[in-house]
Design a protein around this ligand. Structure first.
Ligand SMILES: *Cc1c(COP(=O)(O)O)cnc(C)c1O
Length: 355
């Protein structure tokens, strides 16, 4: 079998949940598990995070999968429902729906439901993605209060710049001003807010990336927040080549040896979810030692420098990311963020849950 694997650490997920709880104190924790648990496998994550108070996703199919796997905590649909049929299903599975626009309120008013459904009413405080403008929020809230299908109404917003030290001051003020006469629980905080802005923890936090042990805060490594990587993306060398001075490796011949050099051929490519944009010099570990990638990543293979690894050979273990190499370091070398790399792990990569 091809040696590539993504090992999912249940204990790291649990550790990171405890870090969330230490920060969030009395707030309840909603674990965000969209995009197949940020690539870790929805049910793997849900079982490891059984101590969470709720789960949030975007697909109703994932929400149903969670109910069928035995989840009895709250399950929030972050974009709400898209039609009346989905609304009926969501109510029958006792899900919670985000309401971010007028048509979703109309749906609630006009659909026959098995039982009233819990709602997160979303305010647009400056992200300008989803939600009611502050000026329309109280009216939307009032309509929901008068709607028999709406059970509990939680007040919600999402911050665009929570990774910046002063990034939530204005939107938080807007939210507080708008909701000062409206009762109900409040949910504001993503991972960056949890870690950087304790004044916005409110009643429910929505923890995503930090549960998976990657950083929500640009240049600050996840380890500085005491987070542990939950995914170990590993493979092996399947061949070793010696390049003479002037010889190149891979498509486009992007790396050319300036002296004789041994290189390793790794069974991992962009079809496995490794970023094709990773440049020569991206960190990678062979036999536990940090080295660098060379040349252009191909569909099924990539190349690494064995100059300082004379003992490395076909069969030597390779860490693409995990403990030695953070996913954020690979992301940085590829012009993206850890979030994107974790979500992009390909279905063909076998995932296994480890302690
Ligand atoms: C994805 C998402 C989160 C989690 O964000 P992280 O940065 O991964 O913690 C929280 N709230 C909403 C609305 C989201 O879409």
């Amino acid at each position: 079998m091809r040696p590539i694997c993504a090992a999912i650490s249940a204990s790291a997920l649990q550790h990171n949940l405890n870090v969330v709880k230490q920060h969030a104190k009395t707030a309840k924790v909603m674990a965000v598990v969209k995009a197949n648990g940020y690539g870790h496998g929805l049910i793997n994550v849900v079982y490891a995070l059984a101590e969470a108070d709720g789960f949030a996703t975007v697909n109703i199919a994932s929400a149903i999968d969670m109910r069928e796997a035995g989840v009895d905590q709250d399950i929030l649909l972050l974009e709400g429902v898209f039609d009346e049929e989905e609304l009926r299903i969501a109510a029958s599975f006792d899900m919670t729906v985000t309401v971010h626009n007028e048509s979703q309120i109309s749906m609630l008013e006009n659909t026959q439901l098995a039982r009233p459904i819990n709602v997160y009413l979303k305010m647009n405080t400056g992200m300008n993605r989803l939600g009611f403008k502050p000026s329309d929020y109280a009216a939307a809230h009032q309509r929901l209060q008068q709607c028999d299908n709406a059970a509990n109404i939680t007040l919600m917003t999402h911050f665009a710049t929570a990774n910046e030290p002063t990034g939530i001051i204005e939107p938080l003020a807007r939210f507080k001003e708008t909701t000062k006469t409206i009762g109900g629980e409040v949910s504001l905080a993503n991972s960056a807010t949890i870690l950087l802005h304790p004044e916005a923890h409110a009643d429910w936090v929505r923890a995503g990336i930090m549960l998976y042990g990657a950083t929500p805060a640009g240049d600050t490594p996840a380890a500085d927040f005491n987070l542990k990587p939950a995914m170990y993306f590993t493979s092996e060398l399947i061949a070793v080549q010696t390049l003479e001075k002037g010889e190149s490796v891979g498509y486009g011949a992007l790396f050319t040896a300036t002296k004789q050099i041994r290189i390793g051929i790794v069974a991992c490519g962009y079809a496995d979810g490794y970023p094709r944009h990773a440049l020569t010099g991206t960190p990678i570990a062979v036999n536990g030692t940090v080295t660098q990638t060379l040349g252009r990543v191909s569909m099924d293979m990539l190349f690494c420098d064995l100059s300082d690894l004379p003992e490395a050979d076909a069969g030597s273990p390779v860490e693409l990311w995990g403990d030695t190499i953070s996913v954020d370091a690979v992301a940085q070398a590829s012009g993206t963020i850890g979030y994107e790399l974790l979500c992009a792990i390909a279905p063909r990569v076998q995932k296994k849950v480890v302690e």
